[in-house]
Design a protein around this ligand. Structure first.
Ligand SMILES: Cc1ncc(COP(=O)(O)O)c(C=O)c1O
Length: 400
């Protein structure tokens, strides 16, 4: 299918913003209704059953304001996964602190209480957990470790929209949850993000951190003039989401909620197809994962001695399955290059101090996994059946 799903409702939502006179919360408008970004944030708060939801222009800026609201700064260390998109590590650098890489589970790619405890130091103030590809990290053990060590926990749920840990949505378990609503994500805005928290006291601070020190007015209807009050008690910068992005995200949130049951069912069934294979394994499910949907479906290579990632990607593409490689772990990534930024350079040595240590989980995960995009699970039934047939043929061919 083409991504994202766009229909008349999507087009109408965008058109409504364009003709409303309010393209952004940063400018006054007499459009007679509250801002779409505010409606979107409220909808997220309802769906995620949490008191705090603040929209931002990116997942990356969401991570930055999350760290700022927790008081992170120079001299602090924050533990981040060694396998992830670079944003969590970049956000820690932007907040003035040092990101310390933790190893990951070789199957899920997520950090665990053990891998966090291996790199914790007296400078550690918190942990950013990434629920990678849709796998939910072992939050019970991680939160218990953080509690005992006096660390806060930020959940990066950019790749795990609507996933659940023991019937609670990820993003509401730690202190703050962040979602990227980037173009390829399950709930896309084009560019965008959402910051959530189970603590209501973060709401105003987060608003100010993302809106040049301004906060939303107490009144819920922002029909006239500026939506934002120039408060200034917390010094922020401008990471506001545009009204156009908010309209797209609101439309896509509704659409993804409608299809997530179907996606979950198809993912479960696909995992069953791989059970007979000695070469490929599908997504596994831990007992705490009460809703498992994915951003990228991870296929695990069980015989890397015969089929390494590149060979398997070729085989998958030959049957029209658009698989691709896992990104290199951050210690081996061109994107994580603190030496190439004037403000980060002085901390580069500290970031890389522990890179000489081994990351067996990260290496095994990235060499032993290939991915494909979640949109496949939203194909119409005929196309999806054909895709499953192609998978089945490939599985039996590989076993010969
Ligand atoms: C785990 C993770 N965190 C953060 C981000 C950054 O989000 P954005 O691109 O919206 O800044 C991404 C984007 O892919 C991501 O996958």
């Amino acid at each position: 299918m083409s991504w994202p799903p766009v229909d008349e409702a999507t087009l109408n939502a965008v058109y409504k913003v364009l003709s409303s006179g309010r393209l952004s919360v940063s400018w006054r408008a007499d459009c007679g209704s509250e801002s779409v970004e505010r409606t979107l944030a409220r909808e997220f708060a309802t769906v995620y059953e949490c008191p705090t939801a603040v929209s931002v222009d990116h997942g990356t800026s969401g991570l930055v304001v999350a760290l700022e609201s927790l008081g992170v700064g120079p001299g602090d260390e924050v533990i981040v996964p060694s396998v992830t998109w670079v944003a969590p590590a970049t956000a820690v650098l932007r907040a003035g602190a040092v990101p310390i890489l933790a190893d990951v589970d070789p199957i899920t790619g997520c950090i665990s209480a053990e891998t966090v405890s291996a790199v914790v130091s007296h400078r550690t103030v918190g942990v950013i957990v990434v629920h990678l590809t849709g796998y939910v990290a072992d939050m019970g053990a991680i939160l218990s470790f953080c509690g005992k060590a006096g660390l806060w926990c930020v959940e990066d749920c950019s790749q795990a929209h609507l996933c659940e840990w023991n019937h609670k949505k990820v993003g509401t378990l730690g202190d703050i949850g962040v979602l990227s609503l980037g173009a390829a994500k399950q709930i896309p805005a084009g560019e965008g993000g959402m910051v959530l928290s189970r603590h209501s006291e973060f709401q105003t601070t987060l608003e100010q951190l993302r809106a040049d020190s301004r906060r939303s007015g107490a009144e819920s209807i922002h029909a006239v003039n500026h939506c934002l009050i120039e408060d200034g008690s917390t010094y922020g910068t401008n990471y506001c989401m545009s009204e156009l992005s908010a309209a797209v995200a609101l439309d896509q949130l509704g659409k993804y909620r409608e299809v997530s049951g179907l996606v979950q069912g198809r993912m479960e069934k696909l995992a069953e197809s791989f059970m007979s294979s000695s070469v490929l394994a599908g997504m596994k499910r831990s007992h705490w994962e009460t809703n498992q949907v994915c951003y990228e479906y991870p296929l695990r290579l069980l015989r890397t001695d015969i089929y390494d990632a590149e060979t398997m990607i070729r085989r998958l593409r030959a049957v029209n399955i658009d698989a691709y490689k896992v990104r290199n772990p951050l210690f081996d990534s061109d994107l994580f290059s603190p030496n190439n930024h004037p403000q980060f350079r002085s901390r580069a040595g500290l970031c890389m101090e522990n890179w000489t240590s081994q990351y067996p989980g990260a290496v095994a995960y990235s060499q032993g996994t290939v991915l494909f995009h979640h949109s496949v699970f939203q194909l119409d039934s005929c196309s999806y059946e054909r895709l499953v047939e192609r998978f089945d043929c490939l599985i039996s061919e590989l076993s010969r």
